[in-house]
Design a binder for this molecule. Structure first.
Ligand SMILES: Nc1ncnc2c1ncn2[C@@H]1O[C@H](COP(=O)(O)OP(=O)(O)OP(=O)(O)O)[C@@H](O)[C@H]1O
Length: 324
């Protein structure tokens, strides 16, 4: 059982409004200490508003919220020193060098890492971790987009916060930089830091997050581990219709032998079956082909993914728009 003290963030019926418009419409969140939690959502779902409220930048318009045991808005001085925040857009002074920027950030932050010698060690270590050591004396204005993003991450984590908010940490990075950033985020989590992440890259959430919530229209549509989110979704088996077998014949045979949840023809002769038990369906499919002397080409089996879950939520959105 999770006790309240294990929770870094606890929200109940949290609401956030812009004037009369309620952007966040009553969400419940329980994020455990040391957990990596991904907050995803369709466009305009309310992720940024939620993050800003959790960070203490915005006052909730309803419900209750506790971050590290305090109200992040009214008790900001108690919460802020323990937070690291990586924003989507950083406002660095371009004329400062990388090391000056990190040093100034530490000096301004209310973190306990105040002493000068410890500060120097911390800056060097952080820059090293993020492959920015050879850019220490480069002016920020001269950094590439990817290097700026890594500097954002240095600033969010250099004070060794208990709770870090990462807002789209790998947007604009090439695949190699993205992978390196993922490694760093995993190292951060390994050190016991609680991390709340937003991202538009679903594979990023799949790879990094312990639990995932997908928001839609101000509410949390689904929430759980990746396995919980995809578990009751069908697996897809696809293959090419064997030569000499008509669509009607194969349709009849597959419905009898496998009984798929859904059967679809793709293109001229591609077939896609949604099945619940992939192993059983495959055995039956191959048995049927063998016994009838058919050859099945291009067989693929694909497990349901986060993108299927996301697509279904987004499709619900389109239906609502049409109905509206
Ligand atoms: N300052 C504001 N004033 C009025 N409405 C706002 C304001 N900021 C955001 N909204 C609205 O609140 C809703 C949620 O916006 P929010 O930026 O939190 O969504 P999001 O999930 O981060 O979206 P996206 O992924 O598209 O960036 C949207 O309908 C948006 O238009």
């Amino acid at each position: 059982m999770t006790t309240t003290t294990d929770l870094a963030i606890q929200a109940h019926d949290l609401r956030c409004a812009y004037g009369d418009f309620e952007a966040v419409r009553g969400i419940d969140l329980e994020i455990r200490s040391g957990e990596m939690f991904a907050l995803l959502g369709t466009n305009g779902a309310g992720k940024t508003t939620t993050m800003e409220t959790l960070e203490g930048h915005r006052r909730a318009s309803g419900g209750s919220l506790s971050v590290l045991g305090h109200d992040p808005y009214t008790e900001r001085p108690r919460v802020r020193p323990r937070l690291g925040i990586m924003l989507q857009e950083s406002g660095f002074a371009g004329e400062l060098t990388v090391v000056e920027t990190v040093d100034m950030w530490l000096a301004l932050s209310s973190s306990p890492l105040g002493e000068k010698h410890r500060r120097a060690d911390t800056v060097a270590e952080a820059m090293d971790r993020l492959d920015l050591a050879d850019r220490a004396d480069t002016r920020v204005v001269q950094l590439s987009g990817g290097q700026k993003r890594r500097l954002d991450l240095v600033l969010a984590t250099v004070t060794r916060p208990d709770l870090v908010f990462l807002d789209e940490p790998t947007t604009g990075l090439d695949p190699e930089s993205r992978r390196r950033t993922w490694d760093l985020i995993e190292t951060l989590r390994g050190s016991g830091t609680t991390i709340v992440l937003t991202t538009h890259y679903l594979e990023e959430a799949e790879r990094l997050a312990d639990r995932i919530a997908i928001m839609h229209a101000g509410r949390i549509a689904v929430e759980g581990t990746l396995a919980e989110l995809v578990d009751d979704r069908p697996t897809q088996i696809s293959f090419r219709r064997p030569e000499g077998v008509s669509s009607a014949d194969i349709d009849r045979a597959l419905r009898t032998v496998i009984g798929p949840r859904h059967l679809e023809t793709v293109g001229r002769d591609g077939l896609v079956l949604d099945v619940v038990d992939a192993q059983q369906a495959l055995v039956r499919l191959l048995g049927w082909a063998e016994s009838h002397g058919h050859r099945l080409d291009n067989i693929t089996v694909s497990q349901a993914s986060l993108s299927d879950v996301f697509a279904q939520i987004a499709a619900g959105e389109q239906k609502q728009e049409v109905a509206a």
